[in-house]
Design a protein. Structure first.
Length: 121
């Protein structure tokens, strides 16, 4: 009876693993000086390897770690474009920093995420 319970428990664990998903993340950051436009491209992990994978991206604007000059206004930074690029194998964000010259640059962080349901197809 104990052997059957252990066997059922192992089968349940194996099924839970097989029905799960693996999440993989790539990220990068970029400094955007005042008055400049920049594009940050981050490849999706395991891009286009599995037909049942889902891809997404996110971004956030931050003040840089060190402040040399006047503080920038995040409200003056415009996101011009976001989305998948390079045939769906990467996520890109294009931003324009409209702060005045002499203002501290802002930092753009971009994350590309791949969720691979198990088992792979």
């Amino acid at each position: 009876m104990a052997g059957t319970a252990v066997g059922l428990a192992l089968a349940a664990v194996a099924f839970a693993f097989a029905a799960g998903a693996i999440t993989k993340i790539n990220s990068g950051s970029l400094i955007v000086p005042a008055g400049q436009t920049r594009t940050m491209t981050v490849p999706y992990p395991d891009a286009l390897e599995y037909g049942n994978a889902r891809y997404s991206g996110s971004w956030r604007l931050m003040l840089p770690r060190s402040h040399s000059g006047r503080a920038p206004s995040i409200a003056k930074v415009t996101v011009l474009r976001t989305g998948s690029v390079q045939g769906g194998s990467a996520y890109a964000v294009r931003v324009h920093n409209a702060n005045a010259s002499g203002t501290t640059p802002v930092r753009l962080e971009v994350t590309a995420t791949t969720v691979e349901p198990l088992p792979h197809h």
